[in-house]
Each structure stands twice: as C-alpha cells, then as structure tokens.
Design a protein around this ligand. Sequence first.
Ligand SMILES: Nc1nc2c(ncn2[C@@H]2O[C@H](COP(=O)(O)OP(=O)(O)OP(=O)(O)O)[C@@H](O)[C@H]2O)c(=O)[nH]1
Length: 442
Amino acid sequence: MISILKPIAVALDQLEVAICIFDAEDKALVWNDTFLQFFPEHAGHVHVGEDYRDNLRRFYLQRLSAEELPQIDRYIEEGVLRHRNQLRAFEFDHHDYRVRVASLPLGAYGRVRLWRKTAPLLTGMQDRINPDTKPLPTQILPDTAMALESLADGILMVDEIGRAIWANHTFLELYGLPSTDALKLRDFAQLYTQAWQHEVPTAEYVASLGLLKEHQRFSGAPYVLALPNNRWVRVVELRGTQTNGSNFLSHVDVTESRQQQEALKQLTQHLESLAIKDALTGLANRRRFDEVLESEWQRAHRSKTPLSLLMLDVDHFKRLNDTHGHPFGDEVLKRLASILAHRIQRTGSLVARYGGEEFAVLLPDTDLPSAAKLAEFIRQQVENMSLGNENTGLVRITISIGVACASGTALTASTTALVDMADRALYQAKRSGRNQVAAATP
Ligand SMILES: Nc1nc2c(ncn2[C@@H]2O[C@H](COP(=O)(O)OP(=O)(O)OP(=O)(O)O)[C@@H](O)[C@H]2O)c(=O)[nH]1
C-alpha cells in the first residue's frame, strides 16, 4: 500500500497539494515536500510512526497565545477528533495563506489529509483588524434577508472582522435575543456569552466557549456548543477571503440528536458494565476475571514478577441458606464482597465472584507468603464479622481459602494451572476442617 501512496504524494507536489497519510492509530506514514513547505514547523521532525498528536503540538505551539497555551492538550485532542471525524473540507489561516484541508478515510489503512492554498491572507482570521479603524458594515439586502428568514436553521451574518450585522429569527430565538437590535455589532463569542448571562456557568459552557474561540480560526469546520437548558447547537462558520466579503454562521439545533446520543452512550456503558459485573455483589464476574487473569498472566510473564491467586468459599453455605433462607444467604454474599473489595484495593488487583459462594482474588506482583498472609487476615476478619437480623439472631460465618502463586518457571504453564492449584488448595482447606487457609505447594 505504502509503495503506491508514495508516488501519489510526490505527484501531488507538482500540483502544490500537500499530503500526509496517517495509519489507523494516527501515526504518520507518508507525506510530501509540499506538506513540509506549508508547515515549516514540522521540517526535520516528522518521521514514520510519529503520532499525529506530536504534529499537532508543534502546530499549536506556534498558533496559540500565551493565554491559550496552558490548554494546549485540549486543543490537540480536539484536533485529533476533527481529523478522525472530518466529513467536509474546511479552511484555516496559516502563515500568509488561507488553506483548505480535506480528510478522507482509507479503510483499514487509516486516513489521508490533503491541503491546498486557496488565497493569500487578506482578512486575517487569526490577527483580527482593529475594529476602530474599520468602517461600519452595510446592512444585508432585503431579498437576502427574506430568503434567510425562511430557513429552519439559525443564520448570523458577520462582517469581515466578525461583528454581527444581521441574524434571522431562528438565531435570535436560539440565543435568547429579542431582536436584531440586540446584536449591537458584538462578535459571536460575546453573543454566546450573553446567552448564558443569567445561568450558572456549567463545565459544558466553559468548554464550549474555548471551542468557539478556537474555531474562529477555521472556516467550515463544524463544532457543537452547549446552550442553557440542556440545548445544543451545531455551528458552521463560513468566511469569505475578500475584504468586503460577507461571512455567515449557520446554527442547527441538535439538542434532540445529542440527547439520543447521550442516552445511547449511557445505555452502552450500562450494558458494558452488566457484561463484566456480577449483579448481586457488584464485583467483577467470572468473564471479567478470566480476561484479567489472562492479561495479568501475560504481564507477569513479561515482567518476571509473581502472580498470586486466592480462591475463597463460604463454609456450609447450603446449611446457611436452608436455615435462614436464600435472601439472607444473598445478604451474606454481599457483605463478604464488600469486605473483600475494601481490603483489596491495590491497582491491578481484582476481586471477582467466581461462581455461587466462591470468590477469586487476583494479586499481581505478590509472592506466596504475602498472599497467604493476606488470606489469613481476610479469614479472621470474616470470622469476627457479626451478621443477622431479628429473625435469624446473631449469625457467624467462616470461609476457607486456597492460595496459589505462579512465579519463575511455573509462569510458563497456563492460567488454568494456576486456578487448578488454588482450587486444590481450597479443597485441602475444606478437607482439613474448613475455616482455614491452605497454600499450594509450588
Ligand atoms: N443465597 C444464595 N445461595 C447461593 C447462591 N449461589 C449459590 N448458592 C448456594 O450455595 C450453596 C453451595 O453449597 P455447596 O457447594 O454444597 O457447599 P457448602 O454448603 O458451602 O459446603 P462447603 O463448601 O463444603 O463448606 C448451594 O446451596 C447453592 O444453592 C446465591 O447467589 N445466593
């Protein structure tokens, strides 16, 4: 694939079109000389495998003001999202030129970005002309106004330095403005801030204002802003390149689709959590345990560190169920789960409900004596736990624990071998009278 793309990139040099191709992980694969001419800040830095984020960092280091610089990571992440989701070409100013950029997906290979200079810079999106020296803008023609009034989207016309001249009714309604008189030559950022003036500023508002300011540097790249009362609007700003050119911003109310997206996202998260969580205890389920065991096994193998496993089982749980009822049995499992979750909090460790009244605790970077010590501590804590209600009276439970550790050459065996070792140790603990810890002999 690269062997085909390289000659294309070189051919595009002859058309003065800059190209940079990124793989599916946003790493640079191929670019041409025009790319380096358009973006001299990258010369000597781009290399195969370079992350698009590093590319964007150099771009923004040049572009952002000292005031905006602390937010550079946010600008970079937004740039990455623009890159991945771009559907239509948009424009921005860079050095002395207005540049048009298109981005196309290349299937499994990644994405290609193409840039073409459209005009020498006259109006300056970035370095705005001092408003005091500009004459007042002319009003728009009545015919144009009538046509724009008939649109369902909000339209805001601004002059070449961004001062609002005219807006249709949909725009005025969206931004809570009584009439076009309220525009008062303000720029869009001021109008947006004004729409929020009676509201407590939310995180979405702050993020949206940053986004709006950043997008004043682009023409035609859509962005979404939060409005008060949980409403959302998608904005596209189209700027002319002539000094007398009229610029306009179109605003589409996307509240409904945004709410649907949000509901879908929450549902997906909920379903994902259901897929890996045990419903009764809230602990990881068996499926999750198997996944984590596999990845921790690999990690232990690479880092040559021990990996320990505890298998815990409630003693005579059937009798407890039979005596006090299944719901009480459920309560016992929840209490036990909570004790385990509190005790095991080290990053990388995992507590899971392995099945029925059996729990598994995975302990990365822990050797057998340390795992056995922890198991003994848990056993004592459960033994001393008082349970019960007015029907059951005071109930005490005990648990048996099997401990196993994979380290050194044992790590070359399988994950199943570790589980089997811990299971056999648990069986040993049960056979030796329950309420005890048994460690597998390595
Ligand atoms: N309340 C409740 N009981 C469960 C649940 N899952 C499994 N059980 C019960 O747990 C009991 C497990 O019993 P056994 O495997 O015979 O073991 P035991 O009675 O704990 O005896 P030992 O393990 O040998 O000490 C069975 O009666 C299952 O019905 C659950 O989610 N809630």
